[in-house]
Each structure stands twice: as structure tokens, then as C-alpha cells.
Design a protein around this ligand. Structure first.
Ligand code: PLP
Length: 353
């Protein structure tokens, strides 16, 4: 049947047609759950329908998993719109956003574009989020805090008890946004999940994406859980957008595919171990104990120059992105042979300097 053929076709090619190993975007190189692909292929004839009932069904499913009410779930195409809607929410409400100097740009960049001031606190010595400094920076002008845990690009996590104490204290003053895009691949999972604050009615937002462990970066699905009134306000700022039908179908099937989740979690953990082994073999320092599907490595040379040279050798890695560290790059997992290709290319480039 065409549906099965489509499913087989989509799950098969894990290598990019041009042969370039893409290790720059923190994607999952293994492809989505076969159950998600099957569910999407069955739905292809229903794409004439708006996805409102499915959005509601998805919100209900997520709410039950997270221990919140369906009206506390904001569903979007990937989690980027949640990050942007939150930035807009703070902009309308007023106040500055406090975050870390090196972190994911989704909230701070959109905030700055809208004219919101962002206060960047330096990382700790071991490249972690400096929660003490962030706590100390919260003052009368603060509108919100953004925490990425595990952090992109460093891969560092915050010890759960420490983060909980921070959230308890900070959320009594301002809304706290916790971006858990990579939490489900961290060693601390599920201890590091902070949903309980949302269940408890605190002004805390936890964002998740299907782009990473569920390998749906191109299909787009994400959600945030938060207080119901905040979800309503953020729904209004994004009122012209809606969620895509196939993403919802794939997301629901992915959540039911426990075997896939367990397998991907292991693959991401093994992948980062291979990246660590690569950094060790190259003799390059890296941010310790990375917990996402990537490492952040000190190249000892300009990162954009390195990225250009790597691309010539068929490997795509991040170039100049985090201005504070012009000699560091982020490399994410690929398939085994792609990691080997990356290792060989990096060795040639870095031993030539
Ligand atoms: N949050 C973090 C920490 C990310 O690294 C990313 C993407 O790399 C996102 C959010 C946004 O991804 P998406 O819109 O695909 O959910």
C-alpha cells in the first residue's frame, strides 16, 4: 500500500543526499519513530481539515503526562514559537530578562529585537549557569528569568535540588522560563524535570520540543506548560498561528512509542560519549559532563575558520555563534560513520595549526 511504502521510504535514508555530515543543528540523525511515520502516512488524506480537535487532544495527552490542566498547555510548531511568545509576553508586561551569557538565543534574541533589555550573567568557571549571580541580578527592573537546562551550547545541567531551590525563590519574584529541550537525554532525567512547579501553580514555564529526542525538527512540534492565564495571554500574541496536523499526529504516536524513546535516549548518550572520546583524542578541552546530544569544545583556533575548513571536508559544525568564545564550537551527534568523519577532519585541521 502507498502508505506503507511512504513510511518505509521516510525511515530509510539517514544520510544526507549530498554526503555532508550535518553536526551543526543538534538534530537527531536517526530519524523519527516508525510509529510516528506510520501515523502521519495514514493521516495524509485528512490534511484538508484544520487541526483544532487534534490540538486539543494533544494538549489533553500532554497535560495528563505533565500533571497540569489542558488549558495550561500551549502547543506550537516546534518550541521556538513558545520562546518567542514568552519574549513578547515579557515585552508587553515590561521588565528585563536575566539569563546566562552563553545560552540558547531563542528568548534573548527575540526579546532584544522587541526592545527588551537582556541582562547576561557570565558562566561559572566550569561553564555552568551561575545561579547565585542570576539570583543576585533579580531586582525591581527584572521581568523574567530564562534558564536552559541542559544548556545549549555547553551541555551543562544544573543539579536538580539546586535548581529547585532557585526556582522556588525566583518565581516568588518573577516568571521563570525553563527550557528543557534536551532534558530527556540527560543522565538526570526524569529527576531534572521541573514540571512540578507548574502543577503547583507557580509562574513557571517549562518548554519541550519534539525536534531533538523525537527527531521531528523538520516536522515541527513543541509545547510549553505554564499558568493558564499566561497560556491565554501567549496564545493571543501568537493568535494567527496554528499547529500543523501531521506534527500533532506524529507527536501523539511518538509519545506512545516507549521503545523508540528508550532507544534514542541510549543512542544520544552513546553519541555524546563518542564526541567526548573524540575531544580527548584531539587533546582539546570541552565543557565537562555534557548532557545533550552535543559537546562544546575549545578548538584553539577561530571557530568560523574551523567550520569553513570542516565544511570543505564534508562536515558541518557551528561557526561563530556565541561571541564570548570565538575559539569554541558546538558539535552534535551524527551517525557513527559521521562522527568518525568529523573526528578525522578535525584531527587534520587541528594538528595543522
Ligand atoms: N530550545 C533549545 C535549547 C534549543 O536548542 C532549540 C533548538 O535548537 C530550541 C529551543 C528550538 O527548537 P525547536 O523550535 O525546533 O523546538
Amino acid at each position: 500500500a502507498p502508505a506503507t511504502a511512504a513510511a518505509a521510504k521516510v525511515t530509510a535514508p539517514a544520510v544526507n543526499p549530498d554526503g555532508i555530515a550535518i553536526m551543526s543543528a543538534n538534530e537527531n540523525p536517526y530519524g523519527p519513530s516508525p510509529m510516528a511515520v506510520e501515523a502521519m502516512s495514514k493521516e495524509l488524506n485528512n490534511l484538508n481539515r484544520y487541526a483544532y480537535p487534534l490540538t486539543q487532544a494533544f494538549a489533553e495527552k500532554v497535560a495528563a503526562r505533565e500533571g497540569v490542566l489542558p488549558e495550561q498547555v500551549l502547543v506550537t510548531n516546534g518550541s521556538s514559537p513558545i520562546l518567542a511568545a514568552f519574549s513578547d509576553y515579557v515585552n508587553v508586561k515590561g521588565g528585563e530578562i536575566v539569563t546566562s551569557a552563553i545560552t540558547y538565543e531563542g528568548v534573548p534574541r527575540v526579546a532584544e529585537q522587541a526592545g527588551t533589555k537582556v541582562v547576561y550573567m557570565p558562566l561559572t568557571q566550569d561553564l555552568g549557569y551561575d545561579l547565585e549571580a542570576i539570583s543576585a541580578a533579580i531586582g525591581p527592573n527584572t521581568g523574567a528569568v530564562y534558564i536552559c537546562n541542559p544548556n545549549n551550547p555547553t551541555g551543562r545541567t544544573i543539579e536538580p535540588a539546586k535548581l529547585k531551590a532557585f526556582i522556588e525563590d525566583a518565581s516568588a519574584k518573577v516568571p521563570v522560563f525553563i527550557d528543557e529541550a534536551y532534558m530527556d537525554m540527560a543522565d538526570d532525567y526524569p529527576a531534572g524535570v521541573m514540571s512540578e512547579f507548574v502543577s503547583a501553580g507557580k509562574p513557571v514555564i517549562v518548554a519541550r520540543t519534539f525536534s531533538k529526542i523525537y527527531a521531528m525538527a523538520g516536522q515541527r512540534l513543541g509545547y510549553g506548560i505554564m499558568p493558564a492565564d499566561m497560556a491565554m495571554a501567549m496564545r493571543k500574541t501568537g493568535r494567527l498561528s496554528s499547529v500543523n496536523h501531521l506534527g500533532l499526529v506524529a507527536g501523539m504516536a511518538s509519545l506512545d512509542d516507549k521503545a523508540y524513546f528508550d532507544d534514542m535516549r541510549l543512542k544520544m548518550i552513546k553519541g555524546r560519549e563518542k564526541l567526548i572520546a573524540m575531544a580527548n583524542d584531539l587533546g582539546r578541552p570541552y565543557a565537562p559532563n555534557p548532557q545533550g546530544n552535543f559537546i562544546y569544545m575549545d578548538l584553539g583556533m577561530n571557530n568560523q575558520e574551523f567550520a569553513d575548513k570542516m565544511l570543505e571536508k564534508g562536515v558541518k559544525v557551528v561557526g561563530s555563534r556565541w561571541a564570548d568564545k570565538p575559539e569554541w564550537t558546538r558539535i552534535c551527534v551524527g551517525l557513527d560513520h559521521e562522527i568518525e568523519k568529523c573526528h578525522a577532519a578535525a584531527k587534520e585541521i587541528l594538528t595543522a595549526i
